[in-house]
Every structure is written in structure tokens, then in C-alpha cells.
Design a protein around this ligand. Structure first.
Ligand code: ADP
Ligand code: TRP
Length: 332
């Protein structure tokens, strides 16, 4: 069976973009593939979180993943730091990752520019750790967005280099995966590009927010002064609201507002009210489940344990092979 691996850095609550861009694909994949979905807590150490924040964020994402339908019986849902084989392989792979290529990575350059005061070695070798996450399970597919394509290319490079160096076919070449063939981009509420937690509090709709917060955010979303002639093209801000409507509303509702936009009778207040209600209908059951799961420490702990066992089984098989190939052969 083909293998899928994907990770997310635990940096807070999940938003609608995370769901439609990532988690929804995971739900399909866990039915079809041997899937490894993990919380990249080792990766997140590059930004020096406090122990409380780190633990709280890992718990939040684990609870959200479970609440959204990732099933510990169908996939391996695990926490990266529960798999000691990952840092072990990372050590070995670092020996064949070169300073020049790591310095040329676009995400490293971005980070250096943004955080001049914290250019640590972990940041430089981030692509090596990510490659290990993927290679350790011999993944065929990695469902990630466009921003991660370069990391995936580096993963193939590191895997192939290892294979060549030891003249062994250990690591297959992982490919980017998208179920629809095109990558979904959920717009934010501030009219500027994709929904993102770094876009400020007003930009993203979080699953774990209360109804009042979500309603307020949607009612305050940026619009324009309205269509001035029949069938006018939409501004980016208004187009974004329609994109969000398409994610959660019925076809009748979407048609109604498309028509009223086309004949200039639309009132953005009505559109937002409807969007808020449909959004809450979609979010509320998941949010209730998130809160239940967060309070169910037995379920959280059982899930993390099952996930760690599955991940370690696969990772330790790869490590056994790698150690032998490298020449770490036992004298005892
Ligand atoms: P953020 O941009 O809020 O920091 P992350 O970078 O942690 O989100 O993204 C985690 C996952 O969610 C990635 O797979 C990414 O491709 C997906 N994702 C994030 N925002 C969006 C969005 N607005 N539309 C589609 N997918 C998204
Ligand atoms: N670098 C990814 C991001 O920033 C997270 C990540 C870490 C990941 N390891 C991975 C994604 C392995 C896919 C596979 O979003």
C-alpha cells in the first residue's frame, strides 16, 4: 500500500484554511493509504517556545485533529518527539547535507531576514529534519502546499544522495499530493491573500473560537461600496466572501447571492449574516467535539500512544536497515 506522510507545526488553534487545505485531504487519505500524520513539535523548537506553550499547542492540535475526524485506528496520528528514531536519522542525514544548499533554501533566507537575532543551526537544518520525517516512513506522497515544494525537492535530493552513496535503494522519491489536482486556497477575511494565523486576529476563522467571536469577525470582513452596474466583476474582498460561502453554504444560497450581486440588489450585510450562520453550523459540531476531546485525557493519551507505536514500528524498521548500510554493525 502506498504511504503518505504529513506534518504540521503546533503553533496554536487550527483555522478554516488548515481544514480545507490540509485536514480534509487527510480524512480522504486515511481511507486509502498507509498514512502518517504528525505534530512537528521538534521543528517548532527553532522558535524557542516555553514548555507550557509547547505542550499546550501540541495538545490543542492533537485534540483538533481527532475532533475533525482523523482516526487513530485508520492512520498513525503521532507526536514527532515520541519517535526517537527521527532525531537519530536526522543526525546521520545531516552528515550529507551541505551548508551551501541549506543556505540557499528560500524558507531559511526568509527566516534569517525576519529573525536576525535567532539564526540557529536548527533553522538551517530544518529541511533535513523534514526530509527525515518523510523518508523514515519511505513515503510515496506528501500532501503539502506550494510553499513546501522546495523542501520536498530537498527531501528527494537527500534521499537519492543517501541511496547513491551507499549504492542501496533505501528511500523512494516522495511526490507532492493533492486529491483534486489543484491546491485549495482559502482566503482570509481581511481581503489580503490566504487565510493565515499570521494574518492577524481578524483574518482567520478558528474552529475553537466562540460563536460571538466568529460572527463578529465575519460581520467586520472587508468589502467594497457595492456593484455599480449589472454583472460587474467582483473586487478581491467580495470575491473572498463568495469563496467562503462556497465552502459552507448550500447551492441555493450561493445562487441567491450571485444573482443579487449580478443585478446590483445585494446587501453585503445580508451576505455576511448568512455566511456567519452557515459557517457556525459547519463549525459548531467540530468545536464541541474539540472541547470534549481536550477534556478527555484518557482518549488523548490512548490516541497519542497508538500513534507513537505505529510510527515507531515503521521508523525502527528503516533505522535498522540504515544502521546496517552505514556500517554500524554490532560486535555484541
Ligand atoms: P498558517 O498559514 O496559518 O501559518 P500553516 O502554515 O501552519 O498555517 O499551515 C498548515 C497547513 O494548512 C499546511 O498544509 C497549509 O498548506 C494549510 N493551509 C494553511 N492556510 C491555508 C489556506 N488559507 N488555504 C489552504 N490551505 C491552507
Ligand atoms: N515544514 C512543514 C510546514 O511548515 C511542516 C512539516 C514538517 C512537514 N515536517 C513535515 C510537512 C513532513 C510534511 C511532511 O508546514
Amino acid at each position: 500500500m502506498q504511504v503518505v506522510v504529513s506534518g504540521i507545526r503546533p503553533t496554536g488553534k487550527l483555522h478554516l484554511g488548515n481544514y480545507f487545505g490540509a485536514v480534509r485531504n487527510f480524512l480522504e487519505m486515511q481511507e486509502k493509504y498507509r498514512s502518517y500524520f504528525f505534530i512537528a513539535d521538534i521543528h517548532s523548537l527553532t522558535t524557542h517556545p516555553t514548555p507550557q506553550d509547547l505542550h499546550g499547542n501540541v495538545k490543542q492540535v492533537l485534540a483538533e485533529y481527532l475532533a475533525m475526524g482523523l482516526d487513530p485506528a485508520k492512520c498513525a496520528l503521532f507526536i514527532q518527539s515520541d519517535v526517537p528514531e527521527i532525531p537519530e536519522l536526522y543526525t546521520y542525514m545531516n552528515m550529507n547535507a551541505y551548508l551551501g544548499e541549506l543556505e540557499r533554501s528560500a524558507s531559511f533566507k526568509d527566516k534569517v531576514r525576519a529573525h536576525k537575532d535567532n539564526v540557529n543551526a536548527g533553522l538551517l537544518t530544518y529541511p533535513v529534519l523534514m526530509a527525515v520525517d518523510i523518508l523514515i516512513h519511505k513515503a510515496d506522497f506528501v500532501p503539502v502546499g506550494k510553499d513546501q515544494e522546495q523542501h520536498l525537492e530537498m527531501t528527494r535530493q537527500f534521499g537519492n544522495r543517501f541511496n547513491r552513496m551507499y549504492n542501496a535503494q533505501v528511500f523512494p522519491e516522495p511526490q507532492a499530493y493533492s486529491s483534486t489536482g489543484e491546491l485549495v486556497k482559502v482566503p482570509g477575511l481581511t481581503g489580503q491573500g490566504k487565510m493565515s494565523k499570521s494574518g492577524g486576529e481578524a483574518d482567520a476563522i478558528f474552529f475553537d473560537d466562540d460563536d460571538t467571536v466568529t460572527r463578529k469577525k465575519i460581520m467586520r470582513a472587508v468589502t467594497d461600496s457595492g456593484p455599480t452596474e449589472p454583472n460587474a466583476p467582483k473586487s478581491e474582498e467580495v470575491q473572498n466572501l463568495f469563496e467562503l460561502l462556497k465552502l459552507v453554504s448550500t447551492t441555493d444560497t450561493i445562487e441567491h447571492f450571485e444573482n443579487s450581486y449580478a443585478d446590483c440588489s445585494i446587501r453585503y450585510g445580508d451576505l455576511k449574516k448568512q455566511l456567519a450562520e452557515d459557517m457556525l453550523k459547519f463549525i459548531a459540531p467540530i468545536r464541541e467535539r474539540i472541547r470534549e476531546v481536550k477534556n478527555d485525557s484518557a482518549y488523548l493519551s490512548k490516541s497519542a500512544q497508538i500513534g507513537a507505536e505505529k510510527a515507531r514500528e515503521s521508523a525502527s524498521a528503516t533505522l535498522k536497515e540504515v544502521r546496517e548500510i552505514i556500517g554500524f554493525r554490532k560486535f555484541y
